[in-house]
Write a protein that binds this ligand. Structure first.
Ligand code: URA
Length: 212
């Protein structure tokens, strides 16, 4: 099974899971969207009104801002994968409870396993708390953190949530600055990958070289 098929199968399993605590109050499951082959996974908080209507993460005002900052750093929304810590809309857009985050967490872990990203960008404190518990977003936003996630090293980059940026001009400034930093982090990761590939390929004939 390829990644798309695995994600599709997992989505079906989630849709059939009546134990998910926010299911009753929501219109539909908002699973995730984007390119499963990406090395960059964005994780937000949970669906809001428009996400619940359309079944896709980040399609409301916060999503428009996310698309805008992704465009600024020449990263197409379709080239990355985007999901949330909870996949049904919490009533009245309230914050998700720790027990709800835990209930959806086993599925989010499966999504992470399937996508197998090198970089996870967390949007907001709930998503950040999954990988960097006990931290404050005001102290660590925009920095890289190497995390061992189920035996695999992942670089986590915590960002402010775009909805917080829309509410506060100072946060908006920091949010945009952090995306410029993210652009540098991605360039560096690409360089490291290129160097590793050429190290691996040194001594091989051109035919033996990995062209990826
Ligand atoms: N906010 C989120 O955290 N996720 C969405 O999908 C939409 C808004």
């Amino acid at each position: 099974m390829n990644k798309t098929e695995k994600l599709q199968e997992l989505k079906k399993k989630m849709e059939a899971d009546d134990s998910l605590p926010l299911k009753k109050g929501a219109t539909r499951l908002v699973f995730g969207v984007g390119n499963p082959e990406t090395e960059i996974l964005f994780i937000g908080e949970g669906p809001g009104y428009w996400e619940d209507v359309k079944g896709e993460p980040f399609v409301g005002n916060a999503g428009k801002l996310l698309d805008q900052v992704l465009r600024v750093i020449s990263l197409a929304r379709e080239s990355v994968y985007i999901t949330n810590v909870v996949h049904h809309r919490p009533p009245e857009n309230r914050d998700p409870e720790p027990s709800e985050i835990a209930a959806y967490g086993k599925y989010l872990d499966e999504i992470i396993k399937i996508i197998d990203p090198k970089i996870i960008v967390t949007l907001g404190r709930f998503s950040m708390g999954k990988f960097l518990p006990g931290t404050y977003i005001s102290s660590i936003h925009g920095n890289t953190h190497k995390v061992n996630w189920n035996g695999k090293e992942i670089t986590v980059v915590p960002m402010y949530h775009p909805a917080a940026a829309l509410r506060n001009g100072n946060v908006m400034f920091l949010f945009k600055e952090d995306f410029k930093k993210l652009s540098e982090i991605l360039k560096q990761a690409q360089e490291e990958k290129k160097n590793k590939t050429s190290e691996k390929d040194s001594g091989k004939t051109p035919e033996q070289m990995s062209l990826v």
